[in-house]
Structures are given as C-alpha cells and as structure tokens.
Design a protein around this ligand. Sequence first.
Ligand code: FAD
Ligand code: PYC
Length: 417
Amino acid sequence: MKARYSIVSLVRNALQHHENWQKAWRSPEPKDSYDVVIIGGGGHGLATAYYLAKEHGITNTAIIERGWLGGGNTGRNTTIVRSNYLWDESAGLYEHALKLWEGLSQDLNYNVMFSQRGVMNLAHNQHDLRELQRRVHANHLNGVDSEFLNAQQVKEFCPIIDLRGNGRYPVLGASLQRRGGTARHDAVAWGYARGCDAMGVDIIQECPVNGFMIENGKVVGVDTAKGKIKAGKVGIVVAGHSSVMADLAGFRLPVESRPLQALVSEPIKPVIDCVVMSNAVHAYISQSDKGELVIGAGTDAYNGYGQRGSLHVAEETLAAICELFPMFRRMRMLRNWGGIVDTCPDASPIISKTPVENLFINCGWGTGGFKATPGSGHVFAHTIAQGEPHPLAAPFRLDRFVTGFLIDEHGAAAVAH
Ligand code: FAD
Ligand code: PYC
C-alpha cells in the first residue's frame, strides 16, 4: 500500500494534472452476505472495521452508512483529545485511546494531524479547584499525565487569557494534560476508510439501515435501502441515533439524544497554541491550522434530532469567551453547525453485547467520543470478534444500568449536558 502513495506516484500524478488518482476507497454494491456488518460510517464504526480486519483477520465485513463517511459527529466535533477522566475504568479506556492516537498516523500511513498541544480545563471557583485537583490526583494514580496550574501558570501557558474573566469567570487555576490536543477529524475518517478498503472491507455509503433480520432471538442480517444483507454478527455504531436503532432491534437504551453545537471564526494569525476548556463557561476553544478559532458550546436543554443548536446557547458561550479572551470581541463568526450526541445518565459510553444474540452496540459517547475513536474501535472489534467484552470495555456493559455499577464522569466530561 505504501508504494501506491510514494513520492514517485505523487510526482507522476502532479505531472498528469491531478488526473487518474486512485480512489482512496471503492464504492462497491453490497454483497448478499458478510461475516460482520457495522452500521455507521463514523470514526468509531470505521475504526471497528479496521481493527477487526487488522487484529482479528475478519475482512469479510461491510460498513453501512446512511449518508457519507464522517458526516455525523465525527466531522462535526471540535477535535479535542485527552484522557484525564476521573475513574479507573475511564482512565483505562481513554488512555488506551490516547496511546493509539500517538501512533495513528504511522499505523494508517495517513496524516491525521494529531497535535499534542496541551489541554487546559479551567477552574473559576473554589469548588472547580477542588474538583480539578481531585481529578489530577486520580489521573496520577492511573498513570495519566496531568498537572495542576495556579493562575499565574495558566497565564504563562496561555498568555492571551484574561485571568479576571471580567469578574464573572475569574481564572483561579487549571488542570493541564500536555499529551492532550487536537486531530483533523475528517482525516481520521478518511485514514481508517482507506485502511479498511485496503484490507478488503466494503464501505457502502448512502444506504440507511431500516431494520434487523432477527430469528429466534439472534440477528441474522440487516434490512437496508439497498436490500436485505445477511450477517453473522452486527455492530451498531450510530451515535445520536442509537436509541432509534435499538428500538428497531426490540430493546431500550438509557440514552438521550440532543444537539451539541460548535462554530468557527474568520481565520486569523496564530494566537492560541493550546486547547482551553471551561465547564462553568460551557465553552472550549482552540485554533485550527487554517487559523480559525474553533469554539464549542454545551448541549441544548431538550432532546431532538435537528443538527443545529439553539441561538441562545451560542450567544451565552460567545459572551463568556469574550470575557475570558477580550481580544476576540470583534471577531466575526463564519459558520456554525450541530451534531446529535447520545448521552448516558452517567456520562460514560456503552460498549456491549445486547439482548439480541450476535448484535453488539457501541454508543453513549455523548459530547466526548472523538477522543476515544481509536480505542473505542479497538476494544469493540475485540468484543465482536470474541463475542465477549475486551477487558477495558467490560465495565461499560449495558447491564450496568441494572446492576448500578455506574461510572459517573459528568465532571470529567467537561461539557455541559
Ligand atoms: P458519528 O460520527 O456520528 O457516526 C455515526 C454514523 O452513523 C453517522 O455517520 C450516521 O450517518 C450513521 N447512521 C445513523 N443512523 C444510521 C442508519 N440507520 N443506517 C446507517 N447509518 C446510520 N468529542 C471529543 O472527544 N472531543 C471534542 O472536542 C468533541 N466536540 C464535539 C463537538 C460537537 C459540536 C459535537 C456534535 C460532538 C463533539 N464530540 C467531541 C463528540 C464526538 O463528535 C462523538 O462522540 C464522536 O464523533 C462519535 O463518533 P461516532 O463514530 O460514534 O459517531
Ligand atoms: O470531551 O473533551 C471533550 C470535549 C471537548 C469538546 C466537546 N467535548
């Protein structure tokens, strides 16, 4: 595969006026039957198929996507990657993902532009300070890099921040994960898609799954816009539409789906070289390689499937951003958008078998699943291939909502929902 993208091939294509480039993945018609069907061509679905092929030798797989690859939350998020969660179970899962991020461009032979520029979570009051300090200590116990910064150190790390926060959001300190940062979200989808295709996985776009073929409590296929497709095993990885899919398969999920929105500004010269998040402000900000400020808000208060957030939520976020970063007051916003996030009551994901035999589900990442993409795909592939959860995925089983072994990460989720 490397040879296809060598310097020689780049030069040849340049001389051909960019004609005859080989497509990064095929667009085949679906076969009648596959060993595994993955529903959802976002980052998590693509990563699942990739590791199924790469680590478990399962290549007779189809990814069925109702729209286009990465057109869901994968292409709509603000790309923040970190692993500074509170509980041991989460630290294991998100740190596994972060380690995979650190080698992902090499593994995929595709530049996902992973930039470990550091993620700061701000404290604006005594309670925030204590919550962040507790989390930094927990991170240390789990071997996750994490530091506590006082106000002066925050200013040194991000000089454009106004520590007074105009009185409303004074900055008293922050946690900092230096290995955290950002990645190029589209490239993540494209890199995994190319890797899947090279190993023989069929990627079927513009093909909604409308139902399941279930016999004697066991899934045997899916009903799609392109007809029925038989499958030995099926994985559901559809983020904001997880409860819709579960309903079609005849079981319920403790998931609520809500819009979460983000915006980008006009491009400016580099001014902020780290990621800043504030739970209290309901805002997070970084600067893209193009120079745009990438800003996100909290979720809307109501459930819904419209891929846009409410205006007042964006207004509140931007007002607070301007208080923390007065130099941005006259910036113009270029565009905004929303995605539908699937939130669980404990703000942790579900990676699990389901009540239907051979049907597996990966969902509930809510406002924070981009960072988990490689790890989620890796442990979900194991779960599907073995028919039993990967050890890191086991605590995230669906039955925790029956047993009560919840993994409450509302604080570490750091985005209001
Ligand atoms: P998706 O990318 O949504 O993929 C699911 C796919 O399933 C979609 O492509 C959809 O079209 C498809 N699908 C749905 N129904 C069907 C069907 N019936 N048949 C076939 N296909 C179907 N996370 C972070 O870690 N850091 C962040 O900074 C961050 N910021 C965010 C900002 C915003 C504004 C939003 C909306 C989310 C943010 N997130 C962030 C969350 C993150 O984007 C998601 O958790 C993650 O991308 C989910 O990936 P996925 O592959 O599961 O879902
Ligand atoms: O989980 O880090 C996160 C996040 C940042 C923005 C949205 N979610």
